[in-house]
Design a protein around this ligand. Structure first.
Ligand code: NDP
Length: 285
């Protein structure tokens, strides 16, 4: 590892200790932050992500509940479960682990979650609020990218930022957050022509496409900052990002490693949003 790495490990540890303090304070006021996670089916990757979420909650004193539903669950049954959690005053955050089985409409399910408990920030209400610059639950991964830039002392204002990828959960919201921080933002995708010409002019590059080693050193300028969101399993069995670390490290001023970068911040921001929801509950009590 190099001194150019922006350590998600270090930042997530710092943030977790702050979260644990906040939870203690809330507990002393009789508020016990709680996250409910719904998982449908037996997808091993989803199960592993969910286990990680429960472990993180336990570390910070947040109560977490696992609601495992069979692959065959009907959409109506899933919606009723969300309704029940929406009405449960002890539940601060509701998360439906994606992807859902094909017979279930993801949009309808996500939008059934009360926006006040939507700690993933995926409901249309929270997405709309993000775009309007209103207070909301910011989605965890895009916020994690910004947190890492701030942690590394990277100035965002006035910088040329290029986002590669335009998914609803990463590319589009991270572009919006960069815009709010006064970057000049270009969003690229699979139909973008001459991508390298665009990335070579960027001060900050956020890459989120799911293609191992896609962004190579010859596509960036000296001193660029790379935030690598990608998580790809290599032939070596290890996790790798969307940036080709070996060729990029020579030229970047900063880069987030994979693993040990954005992924850890995604996890922390879920905890932060859950505590924020519990704090709102405390205010309204
Ligand atoms: P999606 O598959 O939803 O979106 C991929 C995006 O990449 C699309 O916008 C697509 O363009 C674009 N793309 C694909 N190929 C190219 C290309 N050759 N050139 C330019 N753009 C391209 O992925 P996600 O946003 O959900 O995830 C992206 C990566 O981030 C994955 O590796 C995922 O595992 C990881 N991830 C990591 C998280 C973390 O916590 N670290 C959290 C979430 C995701 P188009 O729209 O034109 O199809």
């Amino acid at each position: 590892m190099s001194g150019k790495n922006i350590s998600g490990k270090e930042l997530s540890a710092l943030e977790k200790s702050k979260i644990a303090e906040k939870v203690k304070r809330l507990n002393s006021e009789g508020i016990y932050p709680k996250l409910s996670v719904i998982i449908v089916g037996e997808n091993p990757a989803s199960q592993s992500y969910v286990r990680g979420k429960h472990k993180d909650c336990a570390e910070c004193g947040i109560i977490s509940e696992n609601i495992a539903l069979p692959e065959s669950v009907s959409q109506d049954e899933l919606l009723s479960e969300i309704d029940r959690l929406n009405g449960d005053e002890t539940v601060d955050g509701i998360l439906v682990q994606l992807p859902l089985p094909r017979h279930i409409d993801e949009y309808s399910v996500i939008n059934r979650i009360s926006p006040e408990k939507d700690v993933d920030g995926f409901t249309a209400v929270n997405v709309g609020s993000l775009y309007l610059g209103k207070d909301c639950f910011t989605p965890c991964t895009p916020q994690g990218c910004i947190d890492l830039l701030d942690f590394a002392g990277v100035e965002i204002r006035g910088k040329k930022a290029v986002v590669i990828g335009r998914s609803n959960i990463v590319g589009k919201p991270v572009a919006q957050l960069l815009l709010q921080r006064n970057a000049t933002v270009t969003v690229c995708h699979s139909k973008t022509k001459n991508l390298a010409e665009i990335t070579k002019k960027a001060d900050i590059i956020i890459v989120a496409i799911g293609k191992l080693g896609f962004l190579t050193g010859d596509m960036i300028s000296d001193g660029a900052v790379i935030v690598d969101v990608g998580i790809n399993r290599g032939r070596d069995g290890k996790l790798h990002g969307d940036a080709d670390y070996e060729t990029c490290i020579e030229k970047v001023s900063k880069i987030t490693p994979v693993p040990g970068g954005v992924g850890l911040m995604t996890r922390v921001n879920l905890l932060k949003n859950t505590v924020k929801s519990a704090e709102n509950r405390a205010k309204n009590a």
